[in-house]
Design a protein around this ligand. Sequence first.
Ligand code: HEM
Length: 193
Amino acid sequence: MAVVTDKKTDDLRIIYDSDDEDGGEDIGTTFTTLDIIRMLAGLIIAWCVVSRSFTNHWFYIPGQNSVKKASKVSPEIPTYWSTQELPVSFTLEQLSQYTGQGESGRILLSVKGHVFDVTEGESFYGKWGAYRKFAGTDCSNLFGYHMWDVSALGRKCNHDLSGLSEQEMSRVNSWLEYFKGKYPEVGYLEEDQ
Ligand code: HEM
C-alpha cells in the first residue's frame, strides 16, 4: 500500500497493489480524497439510519443518550378507564387478562410495578408484535438488558430486580421514563406478587 499525492489534482491517493502472480502488470486500487469523504459520509448516514430506528435520536452516541425518549406531552387516559377509579390496583393474575385478547381488548404492561395502557402500541405488544411477551405482565428484569441484546427477548420475565447491577437498574429506570412519556399510567402492581 502506498499513499501518494496526485501532482495534477493535489488529490491524496491510497494505492493497494494486487499480487502479480502471472508476471503481468500490477493494477492498483486507488482511493482519492473524494472517495474517502464519500465513504465517511456513507458511514455517517448509515449510523443515522440505525440510530433513528432504535432510538429517537438522529445521531445516537452510546452512553450519552441512553434509551429513546418519548414526547414530553402527558399521554391521555383512554375513555375505557373513565368509569374506573384510577390508579387501579392489579395482581399479576389480573394483569394477565390484559394482553389485547381479553374481553376489554386493552393491552397493559407493568414496569417496576407501574401499569401502563399500551393498547396504542398494539403493533409492538399485540398478538403479532415483537414485544408481545411484555403484554399482561411485568418484565422489568428484561429492561435491564442492552437494546441490542436480542437474547433478552427469549429470557424469562420477572419483576424481581434485586440482582441487577447499577447500570442495569439505570436502564430499567430509563425505560420506565420512556413508558411514562409515551403511554398513560393507569395503575400499579400490588406488592408481594
Ligand atoms: C437486536 C434487538 C432489537 C431490535 C432489532 C429492536 C428493534 C426495535 C425497533 C425498530 C423499535 C421501534 C422504534 C420506534 O418505533 O421508534 C423498538 C422499540 C422498542 N424496543 Fe426494541 N429492539 C431490539 C431489542 C430490544 C430489547 C432487548 C428490548 C427490551 C428488553 C426492547 C424493547 C423495546 C421497547 C419496549 C420498544 C418500544 C416500543 C414502544 O414504543 O412501545 N428491544 N425496538
